[in-house]
Design a binder for this molecule. Sequence first.
Ligand SMILES: Cc1cc2nc3c(=O)[nH]c(=O)nc-3n(C[C@H](O)[C@H](O)[C@H](O)COP(=O)(O)OP(=O)(O)OC[C@H]3O[C@@H](n4cnc5c(N)ncnc54)[C@H](O)[C@@H]3O)c2cc1C
Length: 457
Amino acid sequence: MTAPHIVWLRRDLRLADQPAFCAAAQAGPVIAVYVLDDERPGDRKLGGAARWWLHGSLDSLSRRLGRHNSRLILRRGDAVKAIAELAMETGASTVHAIRHYEPWWRKAEADLSSKVDLVLHDGNYLMPPGSVTSGSGEPYKIYTPFYRAISRILPARDPLPEPAMTLPDNWPESERLEDWGLEPSKPDWAGGLREIWERGEDPAHARLEEFVESVTAYETDRNLPSVDGSSRLSPHLHHGELSPSQVWKALEGKRGEGVTSFRSELIWRDYAQNVICQFPDYPDGNYRERFDRFEWRTGKAADDDLKAWQQGRTGYPIVDAGMRQLWAIGWMHNRVRMIAASFLIKHLLIDWRQGERWFWGTLVDADYASNGVNWQWVAGTGVDSNMFPRIMAPLSQSEKFDAAGYIREWVPELADLSDDEIHDPEGLLRPPAYPEKIIGHKEARARALEAYSAIKE
Ligand SMILES: Cc1cc2nc3c(=O)[nH]c(=O)nc-3n(C[C@H](O)[C@H](O)[C@H](O)COP(=O)(O)OP(=O)(O)OC[C@H]3O[C@@H](n4cnc5c(N)ncnc54)[C@H](O)[C@@H]3O)c2cc1C
């Protein structure tokens, strides 16, 4: 009997370009396992939209393994305990896994390595997070020097093919995915998500191929919410159905500004993880400590405003369209993410962490690093230049980026307004048809700058 090798899966739900799978398959028979662990992440348990995605991703991977006569073993509970038990049950000699950087996974990796022979691989980023360093050997904190340095190295490697796998003599028991309740049933709120997304490795590659055909237009189209101009690969990348090296490879031979700016966005993903690698708790607190003294609004009025923002009832059509898109399909256009985040932080003076948490629960691509780093970037509380005094004007942003079509789609009560009227319907529609502005832009701007002046150095 040959001892099997366990592949412990987390946000790396693919067979191709999956170094943990490849290493295990080279060493002997493979047993792939996913453990649903709602204990270790504490209050960072997967949100509803991410759980819905996970269901489809696991289902798809399980079918894919089935095509190799293999299986995906499912277990629930503490991941370390579950993997150690599985290793005992199956006599596995080694556990292979892709390294993760969320603090609870780092701890799990450390705990597990004291119980089993754990081999960690890199593979979810273009370069291993923390490995791109300056002349003095320090990892970068700021995006631009990080971008310059990593651009000189990429592509670091070619994607790996799907491994040929041998099967274990016996299969351990597995739970049933249907029993995990990852998809909502009562009520079933996932209709909008089902309509737009196809989960799994094959659909991820299909989407990539389709996008690569139009990548030349990315430079201009990516900023226009009314145009389907970005790749929409974020949930596939987040759950690891696709690796960034595969995306990079697919762009080979393509030239132009669209390709350069798409690559630089992909590098943002690496950059965010590089920040988490240095500051693991980054998404939970201000990097710039003086913001700990900032007087964010709290109490009933602030709670009501937060609710209005979450529900897309702020009276600012671009913000409302974004928040409703998020609720309906678990995703929001990047430009609108910036506008909506800025609005919560600066117009409503609500602590960015409340917005980060809302996105965490509602995005299909909710990512500890990308979400935390982008929220602190908009807030101006993070490692990069201080953006707080740069207060985005939602109405001019809406006009500038031609959001009329986008607003019509997501705020249907405004659909009959003209392209000129739709960005600011004040005086054209009254509540309850459409809410009045929660606060005027000028007033909000002045209030934000005044609050900021109290902590300004
Ligand atoms: C407040 C806020 C919160 C965000 N939260 C998340 C999050 O939880 N998860 C997430 O994946 N992205 C997040 N982003 C970044 C960005 O909005 C999304 O990655 C992008 O909108 C996804 O759409 P796309 O796949 O079409 O992107 P494209 O424009 O096609 O970009 C390609 C890929 O590059 C990566 N990328 C692009 N922009 C960024 C960025 N600013 N930071 C990090 N990676 C980026 C993504 O993996 C994306 O799929 C957030 C941005 C803001 C402003």
